[in-house]
Design a protein around this ligand. Structure first.
Ligand code: SF4
Length: 389
């Protein structure tokens, strides 16, 4: 492993850090101390790591970056979907979305907080309904830029909680008095569910994504269970096969959005490269290796993929793979001409699936008012910046 001062420390696994510390003749327990600073206390400065000797801190400073994401904009109120727009060191903008507990989405009911993270700046796959691809693809995110999205949201939450406590308010916004108005609490982990479904095609950034997920999954890192991590793909068949062979038990969600080649190719250019025949063959392989639930994501677009024949074809596919279906009524994107179907059409589509005994949910949208479709906040901010320069 080569490192230089442009390598962020959070792109390294524990094993890689152990190799570096071994080379520097540091005792092994220093690695554990450093990891606690990075992933439990979420430190953003070397000098905060007070139980590491100054000489070691200086050595780390000379070899690695420790760069937090810069919050540019946040939309959404507490207890609703909240969207974060981050600036990277090269000034690129990416988004993460924090989704409060919703048992209908990616797991069972609990006080879960789900974070949807980006994996690329822009996207090359050009799905016709999506804002992320509108300005094309810029670059892959490095592992630490994926990991940092989780840490940065947790840092933000920690700050908010601390501020509320110091203002004498509890997490629900109610006034508290006397001893209850306590100082900021110790760090706690907020994110316990992760969906890799933000900007970019996750499996097109395969190696960086898998390394980031290794770090986020590890008990010494993010501590998020592999079964609580869902990787989404627009249908990259070869990478689905590769993922099936990985040791970690990550979940897979396929952004299907069309149940026949004709409809899918119309809105998803990737389908011309990997048509349903190839995609389903890869999913068969995945299922043969992983006896676990697949999810099909299906954005309902008026007059495009919301017909009853599409619903029936989708039901057939879902039954074949015992897949769960998430129906998502389309979120309007400025500059794109697609429409959201009426509620009645969405309900009718859902009813066809349910009649075929497919487990399906219809998202009664949480993020409609905050540009929640992936890439929209970034696009809006870039357009605003462009118009002021
Ligand atoms: S839906 Fe996903 S794969 Fe398609 S353009 Fe948007 S970000 Fe890329």
């Amino acid at each position: 492993m080569l490192t230089d001062v442009t390598t962020d420390i959070k792109s390294l696994t524990r094993e890689e850090l152990a190799t570096v510390f071994n080379r520097w003749r540091q005792p092994a327990y220093r690695v554990a101390q450093l990891l606690q600073w990075l992933y439990l206390r979420r430190a953003t400065e070397w000098d905060a790591m007070t139980n590491l000797p100054k000489t070691l801190r200086d050595q780390l400073k000379g070899e690695f970056m420790l760069q937090p994401l810069e919050l540019v904009r946040k939309q959404g109120a507490r207890d609703t979907t909240q969207k974060f727009l981050w600036r990277l060191t090269d000034h690129s903008l990416i988004e993460s979305v924090l989704i409060p507990a919703n048992p209908a989405l990616y797991g069972e009911a609990s006080d879960r907080h789900t974070l949807c993270v980006s994996t690329q700046v822009g996207c090359a796959y050009g799905c016709k309904f999506c804002a992320s691809g509108l300005n094309g693809w810029k670059r892959n995110l490095m592992p630490h830029e994926i990991v940092e999205q989780v840490l940065a949201v947790e840092r933000w939450h920690q700050r908010e909680t601390g501020r509320e406590k110091s203002e004498g308010r509890n997490a629900d916004g109610a006034l508290v008095t006397g001893a209850a108005a306590a100082p900021a609490p110790p760090p706690v982990r907020l994110i316990n569910n992760l969906v890799i479904m933000g900007m970019g095609e996750p499996l097109a950034n395969y190696d960086n994504l898998l390394k980031a997920l290794h770090i986020l999954n590890a008990p010494w890192g993010g501590g998020i269970g592999a079964r609580k991590i869902t990787i989404s793909t627009s249908g990259l068949a070869p990478q689905i096969r590769k993922l099936a062979d990985e040791p970690e038990q990550f979940r897979l969600a396929v952004s299907l959005h069309g149940a026949t080649d004709e409809v899918r190719s119309r809105i998803m250019p990737v389908n011309r490269k990997y048509p349903l025949r190839e995609l389903t063959a890869a999913l068969e392989y995945y299922r043969s290796k992983r006896d676990r639930i697949l999810t099909f994501e299906y954005i309902l677009i008026a007059g495009v993929n919301d017909s009853l024949p599409q619903a029936r074809a989708l039901a057939t596919l879902a039954r074949r793979f015992q897949a769960k279906v998430n129906l998502i009524p389309y979120n309007q994107v400025e500059g794109l001409a697609w429409d959201r179907p009426s509620e009645a059409v969405c309900e009718e589509f859902l009813a066809v699936l349910e009649k075929q005994r497919v487990i399906a949910t219809l998202r009664r949208e949480k993020g409609h008012d905050i540009d929640a479709a992936c890439g929209q906040l970034r696009l809006k901010t870039e357009r605003e910046l462009a118009s002021t320069t």
